[in-house]
Design a protein around this ligand. Structure first.
Ligand SMILES: Nc1ncnc2c1ncn2[C@@H]1O[C@H](COP(=O)(O)OP(=O)(O)OP(=O)(O)O)[C@@H](O)[C@H]1O
Ligand SMILES: [Mg+2]
Length: 248
């Protein structure tokens, strides 16, 4: 992709955060342009989820600024900014409503956030369920689906709101190995469609295949931000090489 003409979608500028005396994010700077795919990795406790939660407005931060589509993101966000920023999040646990069908899970937020009619919301939902290859499960309940299928519904549900960026936090790490592949394939399809994505994952094959840049965090800091070739190359930071030797 041509980085020079793409607008900035996500901007994290000098963000720091403490939990009590513990510093969990230290002076984080990260820019994600439209259509860019960023993979975030690093050891457990390095602050990846905290960063994702700050970007999606689920958590506050002590200093710095996060903007998405030019709207300042914080837990106190106004409704108009929330709609403008429009961040799609997919977590390890899909959090589908068990008492609602797949279709209903995908239409609920559309009616509230996008003010779509039932007919329009259903049309959009079926479009994205088709994209994740689950249109035939529209009337099923989550409990009738495999973990991989439920996660694909969660992805479709997020896409229904036409997010400007999709944030995945270990979307495949709770799945059985045979289901990891189908969810990664869905994520790869999204990437090919040009979706702006931030993916926290330890799936380094995925990172190599889709990432424009890989961000490695350790101890609340970004240790390195590099394209995959550099990241997996000989000159990578020793902390990265140690990490890679553990995940492979
Ligand atoms: N609500 C909280 N209160 C206090 N400390 C927290 C809280 N949430 C996270 N932390 C701490 O912040 C640090 C970063 O946690 P975070 O969940 O962001 O790490 P992570 O990189 O996502 O790890 P993992 O790979 O295990 O998911 C950890 O030391 C964690 O214990
Ligand atoms: Mg985490």
């Amino acid at each position: 992709m041509d980085m020079t003409i793409s607008p900035v979608v996500v901007s994290v500028a000098g963000v720091s955060k403490h939990f009590g005396a513990q510093s969990v994010l230290s002076d984080i700077h990260l820019t994600v342009q439209a259509g860019e795919r960023v993979v975030v990795c690093g050891p457990s406790g390095s602050g990846k989820s905290t960063l994702a939660r700050c970007i999606s407005g689920l958590e506050g931060y002590g200093s710095g600024t996060v903007t998405v589509n030019g709207a300042t993101v914080s837990p106190q966000m106004r409704h108009a900014d929330l709609v403008r920023a429009n961040i799609g999040m997919v977590f390890q646990h899909f959090n589908l409503f068990p008492h609602l069908t797949v279709l209903e899970n995908c239409t609920l937020a559309q009616k509230w956030v996008r003010r779509r009619s039932k007919v329009e919301a259903s049309r959009v939902a079926l479009e994205y369920l088709g994209k994740v290859r689950l249109a035939d499960k529209a009337s099923a309940y989550p409990a009738q689906l495999s973990g991989g299928q439920q996660q694909r519904v969660a992805i479709a549900r997020a896409l229904c709101l036409n997010p400007s960026v999709m944030l995945f936090d270990e979307a495949t790490s709770a799945l059985d190995p045979e289901m990891v592949k189908e969810v990664l394939e869905t994520m790869i399809l999204l990437a090919r469609d040009g979706m702006t994505m931030i993916c926290i994952t330890h799936e380094m094959g995925f990172a190599r295949a889709v990432a424009d840049k890989i961000v490695f965090m350790d101890g609340g800091r970004i240790v390195q931000e590099a394209p995959p070739d550099d990241f997996f190359g000989e000159r990578a930071d020793p902390r990265i090489r140690k990490f890679l030797s553990q995940v492979f």
